[in-house]
Design a protein around this ligand. Structure first.
Ligand SMILES: Nc1ncnc2c1ncn2[C@@H]1O[C@H](COP(=O)(O)OP(=O)(O)OP(=O)(O)O)[C@@H](O)[C@H]1O
Ligand SMILES: [Mg+2]
Length: 302
């Protein structure tokens, strides 16, 4: 097992379906603790990129490293949450969250042959699942089944299920798309809370625990929940070759209880709209790719 400073490293990745080239020469580095929003026009290849990172559908060219290890198949290093919750209806919220721990930490043989030890371990899993659900304000829902929970609560449980295994990277593919506005906001707060925990870990010299790549089609949401926005698009001067990263910039950081001042980032939203979503705006793909330069400028000036 190798380790590296990067949670995710994508090198010269290209993918095509038949003759149709979807992704072209994608390069991206994400370090531990970053919460990155991925935006782009519908059909530009966001889900294709996520499936390649997850390891279920490897890309035709290039390579992907997660925590220094090349992704070839799905592994516990990468978790994913989709728009439509993926919980087991016959398990309670806490049992759903504990389910991954069970698969990760025990074998079928162990569970069948060492019943007292397994029961002890299971009690610990449930305890950890409860503590995690409590930390995302779902303590009261622990013993409930998915059918007894609201859409927002189910999606929180699904996120908890992915995070409790402490993957090196969590992928969220339009996770809040099916939720109403108020519920969506409460889940956005949850992400801001994770970012605050990451900052605290960094201050204390620990490796931040939550590294998240979230696909969203809501530009306000992208700027609000993430500390970095990446735009994928074919709207650049070599667009016929496939989508590339045409935008990569830092964005403002909010505290969970801070008022959401949408006006303060209208400028960035408009810039994103132009750089990523405007088919008539032809430019070199790297014109708005400046995250790492801006980060070192910020570090130099502080
Ligand atoms: N299995 C497949 N076979 C052939 N073409 C595919 C396949 N999966 C996706 N595509 C095509 O590849 C392109 C990218 O699809 P993808 O689902 O990655 O886009 P997306 O950015 O996630 O879109 P959306 O925002 O609508 O979810 C689309 O043109 C789509 O039709
Ligand atoms: Mg998609």
């Amino acid at each position: 097992m190798q380790t590296s400073d990067d949670a995710l490293r994508i090198e010269n990745l290209s993918h095509w379906y038949g003759d149709f080239r979807v992704l072209n020469q994608i390069n991206l580095r994400i370090t531990p603790g970053q919460i990155v929003a991925l935006v782009g026009p519908s059909g530009c290849g966001k889900s294709t990129l996520l499936k390649a990172i997850l390891g279920t559908h490897p890309a035709n060219e290039g390579r992907i490293l997660v925590d220094g290890n090349q992704v070839r198949t799905p592994s516990r290093n990468v978790g994913i949450v989709y728009q439509h919750y993926s919980l087991f209806d016959f398990l309670t919220a806490e049992a759903n969250v504990a389910f991954g721990l069970k698969l990760d930490e025990s074998s079928l043989a162990f569970r069948m042959l060492m019943i007292p030890q397994w029961l002890k371990m299971r009690a610990k899993h449930i305890e950890r699942a409860r503590a995690f659900l409590d930390s995302v304000k779902l303590g009261a829902a622990c013993g409930k089944y998915p059918a007894e929970l609201s859409g927002g609560m189910r999606q929180r449980v699904a996120i908890a299920q992915a995070l409790i295994l402490k993957p090196k990277l969590v992928l969220l593919d339009e996770p809040f798309g099916a939720l109403d506005e108020a519920t969506r906001e409460s889940l956005q707060m949850m992400l801001l809370g994770f970012y605050q925990e990451n900052l605290k870990a960094k201050q204390e010299g620990r490796t931040p625990e939550y590294t998240i790549l979230i696909v969203t089609h809501e530009l306000n949401e992208a700027i609000y929940v993430a500390n970095r926005v990446v735009g994928l698009s074919r709207f650049h001067d070599a667009g016929e070759q496939g989508a590339m990263i045409v935008y990569d910039r830092p964005c403002p950081i909010f505290l969970p209880d801070e008022p959401k001042d949408v006006e303060s980032f209208v400028q960035q939203r408009e810039e994103l709209r132009k750089a990523v979503f405007d088919p008539s705006y032809v430019k070199h793909h790297s014109k708005y790719v400046s995250f790492w330069e801006q980060l070192s400028e910020l570090a130099a000036s502080s």
